[in-house]
Design a protein around this ligand. Structure first.
Ligand SMILES: *[C@@H]1O[C@H](CO)[C@@H](O)[C@H](O)[C@H]1NC(C)=O
Ligand SMILES: *[C@@H]1O[C@H](CO)[C@@H](O)[C@H](O)[C@H]1NC(C)=O
Ligand SMILES: *[C@@H]1O[C@H](CO)[C@@H](O)[C@H](O)[C@H]1NC(C)=O
Ligand SMILES: *[C@@H]1O[C@H](CO)[C@@H](O)[C@H](O)[C@H]1NC(C)=O
Length: 517
């Protein structure tokens, strides 16, 4: 990804403000005990603000999108799962139980990736010994200390970021939670990465934009502090984030899912019948979730339309005929979220990742080539006791790849539009501290033409107006099934059901628990 080249000089300019940042760090340190989200009147008004772009590696079998960051001084490189569904950043300790025990690796079907060693960092600080603990659905935990250390992402450094330091974990990769600090696992809430981005004067508004990009592409990006109007099509629709109840703080990126439909290539449409209009269906936009989950009564309608098969005996998972990767290429599933309508091609919901596990699936599946369906039901969460109601939707990567989503934690708004896939150009609108909400911006006129010659990078595609000169044209998505399969890998765990479950791994905070399914 050649993003951010226009940004790097700003980063260089920022480095020269490091004196200022250090001064603010002192102010910020006093905020550790304060409430998150308080207004920082003490920021120097002339502090230079900018936006930061971080590439995200697309790894479906590894459970999502990864950001490569460095922690400590000198920086130790670690990859972390980018997760809008949780709010703590945590790294795996070099001596974590999982990293040193073959038995645990076998049990949890994971091993350690890059780990972190506090003894090798001159900027490490212990915040609370034994204070970090997140509970998983399966009873496992990620636990250890809360620590603080310098954290480099997207070419900029956040000083002394509080993070979990997991010495006990069932996952070998840390998680970078970018949700509301009210949803942190800690008893005492602390300023998390998004809070620190703003309080250290690196960006102006607690907001970022997520573009996961095409499934067949290796990477997407997260842009902190700005909106890239070359990465989406048409107007950015602005919708409110729902609050679970009137007294509570905003805890997750919940928006209202008001309708769904399926439009087939032959022109016929199937409208999903939604719950009574009196009850809104909250949908959580969660990048840390690989698949999407809908309440039973909605999911079943789609399952029956597409003739899927649900394995109620062993895995609880719903499978779909891989034939959809090639047939019904023009069929789309539309999700209505407030004023936005996001079209997800049906083949985006067909995950050809079962590989050798195909043979261990139930024998009564009515199709020969079995794919994992990108939509599952929320019933499993309820029966596992993780949540008390299954009347919510969790829109994970299978949905999010088709959308460009701006998460505005300051104004409690979501900006959303159809993604412009594979866009190679960049046109960034910076979000300002004194904006009263997300700005009204418009993306490009149409999906960028599928072209391998990246010669149209010069088109600036300024926001608001129609693209000048190199206006993109509408194209039909014609990627072959072979390409689609090339972007995914079979589950990594040798074994049975465990592999299937790991392949669908997701992270979301439901209530106070971080759940991995
Ligand atoms: C994807 O994730 C798996 C499991 O974490 C890992 O083994 C594999 O190397 C990753 N692939 C890429 C291309 O990063
Ligand atoms: C259109 O295609 C869908 C899916 O193949 C099918 O269920 C439906 O009956 C078709 N409609 C018409 C009018 O042919
Ligand atoms: C689905 O809803 C749309 C818009 O409300 C409507 O135009 C269309 O006729 C409906 N289709 C069916 C099959 O009910
Ligand atoms: C995006 O690029 C990938 C290859 O990296 C290609 O397979 C896919 O078809 C492209 N998507 C679109 C919408 O052009």
């Amino acid at each position: 990804m050649k993003l951010g080249c226009g940004v790097s000089w700003v980063v260089a300019a920022l480095l020269s403000f490091s004196g200022t940042v250090t001064a603010q760090n002192v102010v910020q340190f006093g905020l550790n005990r304060g409430l998150p989200g308080i207004k920082l009147g003490s920021l120097p008004p002339l502090a230079r603000r900018a936006t930061y772009t971080e590439p995200l590696a697309n790894n479906i079998t590894g459970g999502g999108y990864y950001a490569e960051v460095t922690v400590g001084t000198p920086g130790q490189t670690v990859t972390m799962v980018l997760d809008t569904g949780s709010s703590d950043a945590w790294v795996v300790s070099y001596k974590a139980n999982l990293c040193t025990s073959a038995r645990l690796q076998q049990q949890y079907g994971d091993s350690c990736g890059q780990t972190y060693n506090p003894a090798s960092s001159s900027t490490y600080k212990l915040v609370e010994r034994g204070g970090f603990r997140i509970t998983y659905l399966d009873g496992g935990v990620a636990a250890g200390d809360y620590m603080a250390d310098d954290f480099e992402i997207g070419g900029t450094t956040i000083k002394s970021l509080q993070m979990g330091y997991a010495t006990q974990t069932v996952r070998g990769t840390g998680i970078l939670g970018v949700g509301f600090s009210a949803n942190e696992a800690a008893d005492t809430k602390y300023p998390n990465i998004i809070d620190q981005f703003v309080s250290q004067g690196l960006i102006s508004s607690k907001a970022y934009s997520l573009w996961l990009n095409d499934r067949r592409s290796d990477s997407g990006t997260i842009l902190f502090g700005g909106i890239d109007t070359d990465k989406f099509i048409g107007p950015l629709e602005i919708i409110p984030i729902l609050k679970p109840d009137s007294s509570a703080a905003y805890t997750s990126f919940e928006v209202e899912l008001s309708g769904m439909s399926l439009a087939y290539s032959n022109g016929s449409t199937f409208n999903v019948s939604m719950p009574k209009s009196s009850s809104t269906l909250p949908a959580i936009l969660d990048s840390g979730t690989t698949l999407s989950y809908l309440p039973d009564n909605i999911a079943e309608q789609i399952f029956s339309e597409l003739g899927t098969y649900t394995d109620t005996q062993v895995t609880g998972l719903t499978f779909v005929d891989c034939a959809y990767l090639t047939s019904e290429r023009d069929s789309v599933m539309t999700f209505n979220l407030g004023s936005a309508a996001i079209a997800v091609p049906v083949y985006e919901m067909v995950l050809d990742i079962l590989g050798p596990y195909q043979s261990s699936l139930p024998s009564d599946i009515p199709f020969g080539n079995v794919c994992l369906f990108g939509i599952q039901t929320t019933a499993g969460f309820q029966s596992s006791g993780a949540v008390t109601s299954s009347n919510f939707a969790l829109l994970g990567d299978t949905f999010l790849r088709s959308a460009y989503v701006v998460y505005d934690l300051t104004h409690h708004q979501i900006g959303i539009a159809q993604a412009n896939l594979n866009s190679t150009s960049t046109s960034i609108t910076e979000l300002k501290a004194d904006d009263s909400g997300l700005p009204s911006v418009t993306g490009v006129a149409a999906q960028q033409k599928a072209s391998t010659t990246a010669s149209s990078t010069s088109g600036s595609g300024s926001s608001g107006t129609s693209g000048s000169g190199s206006a993109p044209e509408t194209v039909t998505v014609t990627a072959s099934a072979k390409n689609a399969a090339a972007g995914v890998r079979p589950p990594r765990i040798a074994g049975d059901v465990k592999g299937l479950l790991a392949a669908t791994g997701f992270f979301a905070v439901v209530g106070s628990a971080l759940v991995i399914w």
